[in-house]
Design a protein around this ligand. Structure first.
Ligand code: BV8
Length: 236
């Protein structure tokens, strides 16, 4: 449970694919996960995009269409975090590895997508960035500079710098509570946040996950179970 001491400095919540699983979106490393069906090197690296942009566009077009399916809704875990932010305005900061928009659709406002956003694209020629819900192809022209073959998903691939790192570490350095939800703790720098908090702060560290993550032993507290069950209980 969250207590009043947790408010001194703020609450940082790191989320991963597990928080969206019960909304119907796939995780990456569970059995049947995304990386069991497609090779990460081919679709989530700049090299893969240069080698075969059509394959990468298809991978993200399929996931974007999936996310826009009417059946995909925020779940009780997303809604519990949105309620927490309402109760404690300006003290809850969600850093998500997810590229879906379920936190925002649940009502959360203070959300940073460190791995980018599925419903946004950017132009590698003019660096403009756009909301984009349609399929994307190499022949699409940048709405700003009109050039083709320069548009890409606004997503952070392996080997690329995640978004908002300075803001994230500022928040980690100040927080009184760090909660990790629905992530396997395999991808850096996100997987290193708990070690950073332990080293530089006196914050509480809590893992809420279906099962112990790779970094489970680094957390002072943990509750295991489906996010729609454990998150509402923890934040009440
Ligand atoms: C960078 C694209 C530097 C978007 C993704 C060795 C050591 C340290 C680092 C590295 C290293 N070797 C390589 C690196 C760097 C690399 C990395 O960490 N590699 C790993 C594989 C070792 N990291 C990077 O490249 C990062 N960039 O380091 O840049 C730099 C510095 C200067 C200048 C330039 C560059 C970039 C990382 C981002 C890569 N992009 N995806 C997309 O397509 O979505 S990562 C991919 O994995 C996803 O984004 C996802 O967010 C992320 C993490 O996965 P999870 O969210 O944890 O999902 P997963 O399936 O793994 O786990 C789900 C969990 O949920 C499970 O634990 C499960 O039990 C649980 N669960 C399931 N159901 C439920 C549930 N929990 C609750 N309820 C449920 N119902």
């Amino acid at each position: 449970m969250i207590n009043s001491k947790d408010r001194a400095g703020g609450i940082v919540v790191l989320t991963g694919a597990g928080i969206s699983k019960e909304s119907g979106l796939d995780t990456f490393r569970c059995s049947e996960g995304i990386w069991s069906r497609v090779n990460l090197e081919d679709v989530a690296t700049p090299e893969g995009f240069r080698r075969n942009p059509d394959l990468v566009h298809q991978f993200y077009n399929d996931r974007r269409r999936g996310l826009l399916d009417a059946a995909i809704e925020p779940n009780a875990a997303h809604l519990a975090l949105a309620r927490l932010e309402l109760e404690w305005p300006d003290e809850v900061f969600i850093v998500t590895q997810n590229i879906d928009d379920l936190h925002e659709r649940a009502g959360s406002r203070s959300v940073l997508h460190m791995h980018g956003e599925l419903r946004r694209i950017r132009c590698e020629a003019c660096e403009s960035e756009f909301a984009w819900d349609a399929d994307l192809s190499v022949d699409d022209a940048c709405p700003h500079c009109k050039r083709t073959r320069f548009l890409r998903p606004h997503v952070v691939w392996f080997g690329e710098m995640p978004i908002g790192m300075e803001q994230i570490y500022d928040a980690l350095d100040r927080c009184a509570l760090f909660v990790s939800i629905g992530t396997s703790g395999n991808v850096y720098p996100a997987a290193g946040f708990v070690s950073h908090v332990r080293m530089y702060t006196r914050a509480r560290t809590v893992e809420l996950n279906l099962e112990p993550s790779t970094g489970a032993t680094l957390f002072a507290e943990a509750t295991y179970g489906p996010a729609t069950e454990v998150v509402p209980v923890f934040v009440q």
